[in-house]
Design a protein. Structure first.
Length: 122
């Protein structure tokens, strides 16, 4: 994908697409420059696209890797089993007393004192 410099004239800048593409990098040139061309069999315009661009104007196209459905299902089942084991371990463990319980009790007492402030009796 290539970042566009100027918006199209018939569209507002908000509505114009920010990127153009997809394109492929055909050559890596000196001074951190890339020769970008159309993907074979996916030419958008009538003329083939070819440009030399800096990396600031190029954004990587998202690649989707196709895996077998069986391998995905097996991986999910293993993850589910591991998470169930983790839950069992967490349920068996008792919470450690690190002194925070006293702080929680004092804060609840403060909350009681403040709860009377909002109510007035006449």
């Amino acid at each position: 994908m290539i970042k566009r410099n100027a918006p199209e004239m018939d569209l507002s800048p908000k509505m114009s697409p920010k990127l153009a593409g997809p394109y492929q990098i055909s050559k890596v040139l000196d001074n951190d420059r890339y020769c970008v061309t159309d993907i074979p069999g996916y030419q958008i315009s009538q003329k083939p696209y070819s440009a030399i661009l800096p990396p600031e104007r190029i954004k990587r196209w998202v690649e989707i890797q196709e895996d077998d459905e069986e391998s995905e299902d097996d991986g999910r089942a293993e993850d589910d089993e591991e998470s169930e084991d983790d839950r069992r371990v967490q349920d068996d463990e008792e919470p450690e007393d690190d002194g925070r319980a006293e702080d929680d009790e004092s804060s609840s007492r403060e909350g009681e004192a403040y709860s009377d402030v909002g109510t007035t009796s006449r």
